[in-house]
Design a protein around this ligand. Structure first.
Ligand code: TGC
Ligand code: FAD
Length: 392
């Protein structure tokens, strides 16, 4: 891949809305991505390998649990700093941002919010420092958009629980140290359980042949009579609302993250349009190409404003599930459209790994599906404004 020449587009002077701390966090993350992600990511994506060596760097910059209090090893930052970090990391690659989303919002958050003090102290500092890597098991082979139908279950055996079932499409499962798994008890109530790598009957086969998120490892979680110590049940919340509460936090991070992918595609296409000469002038001088660029910067600016306001609401504890859902849906859709237009602007070069656009475009095909598909998010908005659920 060519050198990372990324320049930030700030059409509406959004920097003026950021605090000094926000800018410091954003710039430090950007520097780290330029140094440790951009030079290697294309090769890892081409080879369908997760760059494991980046885990320590991500921990060092505070990308695991940015908003978790520092007494548990988190960075104790606000939600806008968390968002800016996700933006910068996904500017590098959606798969690397996925690792941060899963570790922070889908593993650390439920342990922090639904766990007891012993569980927080035992797991959170090691997750924050990257000594432990976690994954989140909600989706099943026959229950994706409808996780409430899950069949993975556990039985109370007196001194332990017995867990059976399977999860599918789980980011980071093949090399996780632990998994936060959602399963039903004998009464059909959903609970979160912490399953550890060495537990007998627990396996994590890898899913191969993905054309998307190739620098992220995806797999299954299989539970064959796994004995779970009773102290590994998250005691403070149960029901489908517990995993959905984690998704609020992860979807918020995605809403910011994909703005980074879109900014990278726009920046690449803008630079290319000024350098590439056809019919004796830069292609950026043709009206059809300018239309694409003008629409890109407009959509990025709108998405930046949406995420910033959402960040303010999240900081105040006022962001609703439906507001977060709207931002996730809108921003992923925006990023995917920009990636497709940017790819066209580079002509044949757009399909090569010399530029990051095709990788972003392929990654975003997963991002538009995971954490709730585009259509499920339309239905969440539909339910919010009409009061009538149309899921079934
Ligand atoms: P519904 O009846 O609406 O709700 C069930 C119960 O949950 C409560 N609730 C919430 N509680 C807290 N926070 C939220 N955000 C909540 N949303 C809902 C709700 O009040 C209710 O409580 P109660 O007490 O009345 O029972 O549930 P439903 O079955 O109709 O489903 C609604 C629907 C379709 C929106 C939901 O199932 C959904 O969001 N589906 C999409 C599934 C999804 O997003 N899966 C993501 C899997 S994880 C993943 O993709 C990680 S990718 C990782 C990476 O970045 O690499
Ligand atoms: P389905 O639910 O089968 O949906 C298929 C199609 O039907 C979609 O277009 C959907 O929008 C549509 N549809 C479904 N229901 C309705 C309806 N009521 N009305 C209208 N249309 C509907 N999950 C985890 O738990 N943990 C992870 O770490 C994780 N990581 C992932 C990583 C990757 C790379 C991918 C691709 C997925 C990951 N997922 C993970 C799973 C992801 O959340 C699901 O793929 C997603 O929720 C959709 O479920 P599904 O694939 O079963 O599709």
């Amino acid at each position: 891949m060519r050198p990372d020449l990324f320049e930030h587009s700030d059409y509406y002077l959004m920097d003026e809305l950021l605090s000094e701390e926000h800018k410091l966090v954003r710039d430090a993350t950007r520097d780290w991505v330029k140094r440790d992600i951009s030079p290697i990511i294309e090769e890892y994506a081409q080879n369908a390998k997760f760059p494991k060596q980046t885990v320590k760097g991500l921990a060092d910059i505070g990308a695991f649990g940015p908003y978790i209090p520092s007494e548990y090893g988190g960075a104790g930052l606000d939600q806008i700093s968390y968002g800016l970090m996700m933006q910068e990391i996904e500017r590098g690659d959606s798969g690397v941002r996925s690792t941060c989303s899963v570790q922070s919002s889908l593993v650390m958050y439920p342990i922090f919010a639904y766990g007891n003090e012993d569980q927080r102290k035992k797991y959170l500092p090691k997750l924050a420092s990257g000594k432990l890597l976690g994954c989140f098991g909600l989706t099943e082979p026959n229950h994706g958009s409808n996780p409430g139908g899950m069949v993975t279950n556990f039985k109370d055996m007196g001194d332990h629980y017995l867990l059976n079932g399977a999860k599918m499409w789980i980011s980071n499962s093949p090399f996780c140290d632990l998994a936060v798994v959602w399963a039903k008890n004998e009464k059909g109530r959903i609970h979160g359980l912490i399953v550890e790598r060495e537990m007998e009957g627990f396996s994590t086969p890898e899913t191969h042949n993905k054309w998307s998120l190739r620098a992220s490892s995806t797999g299954e979680l299989v539970f064959d009579n796994v004995k779970i110590p009773k102290e590994n049940l998250l005691p403070n919340k149960s029901g489908l609302g517990a995993p959905l509460g984690c998704l609020d936090s992860a979807r918020y991070g995605i809403a910011w993250g994909v703005v980074g992918a879109a900014m990278d595609c726009y920046d690449t296409a803008l630079r290319y349009s000024k350098e590439r000469i056809q019919f004796d002038k830069p292609i950026g001088g043709f009206q059809l190409q300018q239309k694409k660029l003008a629409e890109m910067v407009t959509e990025i600016t709108k998405a930046q404003l949406l995420t910033f306001r959402l960040g303010q609401l999240k900081n105040e504890g006022r962001a609703t599930t439906a507001q977060i859902s709207m931002a996730k849906r809108n921003n992923v859709d925006m990023a995917l459209k920009i990636a497709r237009d940017a790819r066209q602007m580079l002509g044949g070069m757009g399909i090569t790994g010399d530029y990051p656009i095709m990788r972003h475009m392929m990654n975003l095909e997963s991002v538009v599906t995971y954490e709730g598909t585009h259509d499920i998010h339309l239905l969440i908005t539909g339910m919010d404004i009409t009061g009538i659920p149309a899921f079934s």
